[in-house]
Design a protein around this ligand. Structure first.
Ligand code: MD3
Ligand code: FE
Length: 221
């Protein structure tokens, strides 16, 4: 058989729908998954950023992070001298974080379901902005209450090389390229794996300009 039906699967033996790449036991890259949502997402993102602008945070160890960040949703992620944590108020404005936008929530819930995680209920979205040269060192995400819930990320703008390590910091990470519109879902046994982002290369994205923005949705509370 030929045509669109047989083309649904990139590799018959693996039974992977085209555009879905398994990168861990319970982790998938959904290539271009966010592209049909982009026209709704970008105005939502602009609205969030007007209320809660990007800021560079200082880690408890005294280092200024090269990625600038902000949040939306019930809980936002912050760091200062006393540690990393989620909070209901933006420390900059002393106001609640902007609400989690509708299209962003729908996209994340559908992506999670397509990757095998039904009933994802995100309450936090961390937004990272990387200019060329910015990176994120290898780390684990351990501030969320329930590791049973997956993490869904949406990549926008300049490409990145994502580092996907193991459960020990010393495990050699795999390198995975992420492009504008890619969505990644991590969960289950992969939820506590070390991960990071290599320094972003110089460039100008036709839609997003000279930056990469990553939206990470989680169940934090
Ligand atoms: C993999 N952000 O915000 S995607 C982070 O591209 C973060 O901005 C990166 O790591 C970025 O914490 C990577 C998000 C991500 C989040 C949680 C994970 C990847 C993960 C948990 C386990 C494995
Ligand atoms: Fe992380």
């Amino acid at each position: 058989m030929s045509g669109p039906t047989s083309d649904l699967f990139a590799e018959d033996a693996l039974q992977q729908p085209i555009g879905r790449e398994q990168i861990g036991e319970q982790s998938y890259v959904l290539r271009g998954y966010a592209l049909p949502w982009i026209e709704r997402l970008l105005p939502e993102l602009r609205h969030v950023l007007a209320q809660a602008p990007f800021r560079q945070m200082v880690t408890p160890g005294g280092f200024t992070m090269s990625a600038a960040l902000t949040s939306c949703g019930e809980l936002g992620w912050t760091t200062d001298a006393s540690g990393y944590r989620y909070s209901h108020l933006d420390p900059r404005s002393q106001q609640p974080w902007p609400a989690l936008p509708d299209a962003l929530r729908e996209l994340a819930v559908q992506a999670a379901a397509d990757a095998g995680f039904a009933d994802f209920a995100p309450d936090a979205c961390l937004i990272n902005r990387y200019v060329p040269g910015a990176k994120m060192s290898l780390h684990q995400d351990k501030n969320e209450r329930d590791y049973g819930a997956p993490v869904v990320s949406v990549s926008l703008g300049l490409p990145a090389i994502f580092l996907f390590g193991g459960h020990a910091r010393s495990d050699k990470p795999q390198k995975i390229s992420l492009f504008h519109g890619d969505v990644v879902v991590w969960g289950g046994v992969d939820r506590l794996r070390f991960h990071g982002v290599m320094p972003i290369k110089e460039g100008v994205h036709p839609v997003m300009g000279p930056q990469r923005i990553n939206l990470t949705l989680r169940t934090a509370g």
